[in-house]
Design a protein around this ligand. Structure first.
Ligand SMILES: [Zn+2]
Length: 127
C-alpha cells in the first residue's frame, strides 16, 4: 500500500481488491463509496478491454497481449494523470483526473455506485 501510493492514499482499488491504509479508513462510508465507484469504473473498462481484445484477436489473430485487458484502466488513469500534470501541475493533477472527479463528487452518496450511469466518469473528462 505505501509503496503503491507513496504513502499519501487512504485506500486504493485494484479490482477486485480494495486496500485500505488502516481499519478506521475502511469503515468510513465516504471512503467506501469512493472506492466502490472506482470498482465500477474498473469493471466497465475491463469489459471494454475484453471486447477490444476479442475483436483484435478474432480479426487480426493477435492473442498474445492479454496483459492489456488487465491494465487498460491503469493505462488510461496514468495517461490522464500525465496530461493533468502538464496542465495543472503536480498539486492539482490527481484531483482533476476524471475517475477521481466522479468519485469525489459522488462519494457522499452512499449508494451512488449502484445508480451511477455506465461510464459516468466520461462527463468529468475535461482535457
Ligand atoms: Zn480515488
Amino acid at each position: 500500500m505505501l509503496i503503491l501510493t507513496f504513502g499519501w492514499a487512504r485506500a486504493i482499488t485494484l479490482w477486485p481488491f480494495v486496500i485500505f491504509k488502516n481499519k478506521s479508513v475502511s469503515v468510513n462510508p465516504t471512503t467506501l463509496s469512493h472506492e466502490a465507484i472506482h470498482c465500477m469504473q474498473q469493471i466497465e473498462i475491463l469489459f471494454v478491454a475484453v471486447l477490444i481484445y476479442l475483436f483484435i484477436g478474432i480479426f487480426a489473430g493477435l492473442w498474445t497481449w492479454t496483459l492489456f485487458i488487465l491494465l487498460l484502466f491503469y493505462v488510461l488513469y496514468f495517461v490522464e494523470w500525465l496530461i493533468k500534470m502538464i496542465k495543472y501541475g503536480s498539486s492539482l493533477a490527481y484531483e482533476n483526473i476524471s475517475f477521481e472527479r466522479e468519485a469525489y463528487d459522488n462519494s457522499n452518496i452512499t449508494e451512488y455506485w449502484k445508480q451511477r450511469p455506465v461510464f459516468g466518469w466520461i462527463k468529468y473528462l475535461v482535457l
